[in-house]
Ligand binder design. Sequence first.
Ligand SMILES: Nc1ncnc2c1ncn2[C@@H]1O[C@H](COP(=O)(O)OP(=O)(O)O)[C@@H](O)[C@H]1O
Ligand SMILES: [Mg+2]
Length: 398
Amino acid sequence: MRIVLFTGKGGVGKTTTASATALRLADRGVKTLLLSTDSAHSLGDALDTPLGNDPVEVVDGLWAAQIDTQRRFEAAWHEVQRFLLDLLSRGGVDPITAEELTVLPGVEEVLALLAVRDFAVAGNWDVLVVDCAPTAETLRLLALPEALGWYLQKVFPAHRRLAKGMRPIATMMGRGDVIPPDSLFDALLRLSDDLASVRELLADPAVTSVRLVLTPESVVAAEARRTFTALALYGYGVDLVIANRVFPPGRDAFRSGWVNAQRVQLAQLRESFAGLPVRELPYGDAEPVGVEALRGVADSLYGVAPGADPAAVPEAVELMSVDTDGDEYVLRMWLPLASRSAVDAARAGDDLVLTVAGHRRVLTLPSMLRRCEVVGGELADRQLRVRFRPDPNLWRSR
Ligand SMILES: Nc1ncnc2c1ncn2[C@@H]1O[C@H](COP(=O)(O)OP(=O)(O)O)[C@@H](O)[C@H]1O
Ligand SMILES: [Mg+2]
């Protein structure tokens, strides 16, 4: 079972390349489901076939659906969200948690990913190809399970106990409404479990690969770099960069201007994404709409059919490791493209809070590192290294 996610800025070609990839897989005899979680659905347009919420077979071996879960659970989710914000406004919540909670994404995106998980678990397909929402939303969404998980472990049990203890008193005083009902705690726990299971699937490089689609223009490339860093921070495996709309050579000033500018961008991209394949997709003379045109796109991306397996598990890239160095431990995290100034690492209780270019990840440390103090950190060779030294006081107290 494999999941291949396509992400990138709006309009760069996510839907086109996701569709072409799914089509190539199906043509190779792999049972494939192509899903769109982008609320701006255009899979149906790219494939030139009407699509809905339930998968339909488009060509032999290729099913497609546009996930539209907006209406299904909206009310329930809003209840949970209101409750969370309510809790925050009552104060007493750690600022980190408060901030994480304010970036809760829209309900559609969460539910769309839950639907992806359900299709994966159902096991009816060999590969799921997912046309994701544009970068920013997808990222926030991918970070959610961990952010919430942290809240649920550290703060939530106390709140629940408190609510339980307070409810009879509040009810007696006629203010039972200020205490959240126990069913909300259950709903929140269920939601958190769901999200954790989504993350487990998506952050397993043996299951999921993320493909970054961009166009060779400085603004787009800059955003793709930020996305890439954030994906690495959260532990998602990017296995391919697709540079779309590459101008073929031409003689007029307009064309050669673009060709030269793109050549510079492509060289920079190859340098900054070193270690990752960067594939170019030429700017076609028409929109690649419909199965035949998309097969042409697949030929450009993956070689003339049947070509190589477009869903092959990439060579293992170790995203994080802990080694010993003398009497110290070194936690290493692969953080390509991050600049030193954009990285901050701080201990918060048993956790390590990493902030990279505005994205925050709360890492629950392995027990041996919890009994250590952070004695240094550096970013070099695209690696973040945080040094830990056993703290004798901490060892004694446990
Ligand atoms: N290489 C290409 N050559 C010509 N047109 C393209 C190419 N890639 C994408 N398009 C067209 O550009 C538009 C946006 O592409 P799309 O795949 O829908 O982007 P996204 O899903 O990232 O918003 C579509 O009309 C698509 O047909
Ligand atoms: Mg799209």
